[in-house]
Design a binder for this molecule. Structure first.
Ligand code: ATP
Length: 270
């Protein structure tokens, strides 16, 4: 069943800038989906409409059977969690614990569930040692995890991550992969906007490509990255490992993730 059902959605900002042009899209419950595309393609506008931060000009955004047109952002907060691209647009408390606890309190979660979920979110995001710190004294990479924890502590069915790998080193990216896997295993629907093609290739089976305010492709991630026409249209490059595979004259669409490629070469050497 689709947890997100978007039909003929168009949007323009109040200054007249058209940001989305006739988008139709369904996302199933518990799916993990990546959205890729050049700057200005319309990715952030699309997820803000799913979150209910803005209302469609034309078309409908139906989330968990609720049409966002008929509900306030506060009412939608229980269902959709959105982690902003820039953590400083999201954080507003003077200590990490208060920041992570704010959301669950706001949606009136039971006290017992609040402490359980806050503990769980802090552990998942490796924040146990920072709970008393002022988030603004912490580096960007950790502030990002504070914002992720403050969203997942509400346990929304749908979790949107906007550019989660920006500012992360290898360990941070591995932690993000682990978080996405755990949330997905627990049945959350994950939507991630990313410019990091390696991260998309490694973590998402389905990828949506946006260009010029439209969806230009929506397919299995390996089909997307092996499709040179789609990548050219959206002005995107495939992950580095795929370039290497192609340069070796190999044409095997099942190869995309680093481990798959290593296994392939190991087999060949044998
Ligand atoms: N608040 C705003 N007011 C006016 N125009 C906006 C606003 N926010 C975005 N836009 C415009 O809407 C279009 C889509 O922008 P959007 O931020 O959704 O793209 P994006 O694909 O998320 O880009 P990025 O990867 O840079 O975040 C762009 O032309 C952008 O300049």
């Amino acid at each position: 069943m689709s947890i997100i059902d978007i039909r003929n959605l168009s949007y323009a900002y109040s200054n007249g800038t058209k940001a989305l042009d006739n988008i139709t899209l369904q996302i199933s419950n518990s799916e993990s989906v990546a959205i890729i595309g050049q700057n200005g393609a319309g990715k952030t506008t699309l997820v803000k409409l799913i979150k209910g931060l803005m209302k469609p000009l034309n078309g409908d955004v139906i989330v968990d059977l609720f049409n966002t047109k008929n509900y306030t952002t506060a009412q939608m907060a229980k269902f959709v969690g959105y982690v902003f691209q820039n953590p400083d647009d999201q954080i507003f408390h003077n200590d990490v614990y208060s920041e992570i606890t704010f959301g669950p309190r706001k949606i009136k979660m039971k006290e017992k569930d609040i402490s359980e979920n806050v503990k769980w979110a802090a552990e998942l995001c490796n924040l146990e040692n920072y709970l008393k710190e002022n988030p603004f004294d912490l580096p960007l990479s950790i502030r990002k995890f504070v914002t992720i924890a403050s969203v997942i502590s509400m346990r929304p069915k749908i979790i949107i991550l906007d550019e989660p790998t920006a500012g992360q080193d290898k360990i941070g990216i591995e932690t993000l992969s682990k978080i996405i896997k755990i949330l997905s295993d627990k049945g959350h629907t994950i939507i991630t906007i990313s410019h990091d093609m390696e991260f998309v290739a490694e973590n998402f089976k389905r990828t949506i490509v946006m260009a010029n305010k439209k969806i230009v492709a929506d397919n299995k991630t390996n089909e997307i990255f092996w499709n040179e026409g789609v990548l050219a249209e959206a002005m995107l490059k495939p992950p580095h490992v795929l370039k290497l595979v192609k340069e070796c004259g190999i044409h095997n669409k099942n190869l995309l993730r680093f481990e798959e490629i290593i296994d392939y070469f190991c087999e060949k050497i044998k």
